[in-house]
Design a protein around this ligand. Structure first.
Ligand SMILES: NC(=O)c1ccc[n+]([C@@H]2O[C@H](COP(=O)([O-])OP(=O)(O)OC[C@H]3O[C@@H](n4cnc5c(N)ncnc54)[C@H](O)[C@@H]3O)[C@@H](O)[C@H]2O)c1
Length: 397
């Protein structure tokens, strides 16, 4: 079992430590870094962590630490990776990997040259529902994926630095689109090359330089399209949904609002309801076990077991780099209002992918286009003549 240092003691570090301690009671978090000593002391007391520091260097360099979990603002990711790699420590990096593809590429080069273990903490790929859905897709349950739709919208992030385009690298696309893009890659197949992207992004509500809304389409080599929808000004909590359409089936997932736990409270309650919940009264959508339902627990299981068995985890810095490259493409497209090519310095998947379309033989002369049972009980088939291309229909009583 590796021993951990955690960089950052804010929102995500809190989730990470809860998930780690819940998953493994013997998880040893040796030291935590934070900026504010008083807050940090309380944080470490809550989680029974023996050492605290305001120095990134001291946390990374602690001699008992094998692996560093990075929960720092985006502008500090590169520095953290550099420090960890120089110290020969494994790194688990929160999302997004970089503020842009250039930074992400640099981090990938650093960890690969240093030969240190690296995992990309894209939790939403690991939610129990997503894991089961990905397995079904890989088993062929819905045929070939044609279209995915992934949505993450909420009323906006909880800390100052997110709103500063220099520190964050962007707005809702960098913050939320990164989740949607990687979730969709997992459904379409991470070996399938992202080819081009088209994106609308705008600043509709907040007085910021970055986008607070965006919708993007990412086209893959098979022709499949991944759609993402993100907002920092959605009202009503955190809307986290995915849809996967395939040639033989469909999957719809709702991760947060209306997941089967709905509660009405007229007087309201002071207690925490769920991440980004806007109210404590009226209709509420509490979440039973957030670290589990948001994927953190499965994620650490995958990271730790991969580290222990010297294997590559499901999500690596290369995945983080591909996501950053797709987001850069979206920003370019939002400016040019055109489809823009995804530029990857190195592609590690397939170069050729089979197109989605499969011809279904009906008889010697025809392909089957469509079959449908009508209200009168008959079955109608629409056929295409193989030679002439003519479409005909037949009713079968
Ligand atoms: N679902 C997810 O995977 C998820 C959710 C939220 C945040 N994140 C990511 O986690 C990272 C941190 O976000 P957060 O929500 O925890 O932010 P936060 O503001 O809640 O916490 C940031 C932490 O970093 C420390 N910090 C800030 N500036 C620093 C500096 N200049 N030097 C040293 N330490 C500094 C702060 O003291 C604090 O402990 C971001 O990259 C964010 O994108 C991921």
């Amino acid at each position: 079992m590796p021993k951990f240092a955690v960089l950052g003691s804010g929102f995500i570090s809190d989730f990470y430590i809860k998930a780690l301690q819940q998953y493994r009671q013997d998880a040893e978090i040796v030291i935590v870094q934070g900026r504010n000593p008083d807050k940090l002391r309380k944080f470490c007391e809550t989680y029974h962590i023996p050492n605290q520091t305001t120095s990134m260097k001291e946390a990374v360099g602690h001699n008992e630490v094998d692996m560093v979990i990075v929960g720092l603002p985006n502008h500090l990711h590169l520095e953290a990776v550099d420090r960890c790699a120089k110290a020969g420590k494994g790194i688990l990096m929160t999302k997004p990997l970089g503020r842009n593809a250039e930074e992400a590429w640099e981090m990938l080069q650093i960890v690969e040259k240093a030969g240190v273990f690296h995992g990309y903490l894209e939790d939403l790929v690991y939610t129990p529902k997503t894991q089961k859905a990905i397995k079904s897709v890989r088993n062929g349950a819905i045929g070939t994926v044609t279209w995915t739709r992934s949505r993450e919208t909420h009323p906006g992030p909880h800390s100052d630095w997110f709103w500063d385009i220099e520190m964050a690298g962007g707005g809702a696309i960098v913050d939320l689109g990164c989740h949607c893009i990687e979730v969709s890659r997992n459904y379409i197949g991470k070996e399938i090359k992202p080819v081009e992207a088209m994106c609308w992004a705008d600043t509709l509500v907040k007085p910021i330089a970055a986008e607070d809304h965006a919708i993007g389409l990412v086209r893959y080599n098979t022709g499949a399209v991944a759609q993402f929808e993100v907002s920092w000004a959605f009202r009503g909590g955190m809307d986290l949904r995915d849809e996967v359409s395939g040639t033989d089936g469909t999957i719809w997932l709702n991760h947060f609002l209306r997941t089967g736990f709905e509660m009405f409270s007229a007087p309201g309650q002071d207690a925490y309801v769920a991440e980004k919940a806007e109210t404590g009264s009226g209709w509420l959508f509490p979440v039973g076990d957030e670290p589990v339902e948001l994927g953190y627990t499965n994620m650490f299981e995958n990271m730790i077991s991969s580290f222990q068995s010297n294997e590559t985890p499901d999500e690596t810095f290369y995945d983080g780099y591909v996501v950053n490259a797709i987001m850069d493409t979206c920003y370019r497209s939002a400016k040019t209002k055109k489809w823009e090519p995804v530029e990857l310095k190195e592609w590690r998947g397939e170069d050729d992918s089979s197109p989605i379309m499969r011809l279904r033989e009906y008889d010697k002369e025809h392909y089957l286009i469509k079959e449908e049972k009508l209200p009168n009980g008959s079955v109608k088939v629409v056929l295409k003549n193989k030679k002439t291309g003519e479409f005909i229909q037949r009713n079968q009583l």
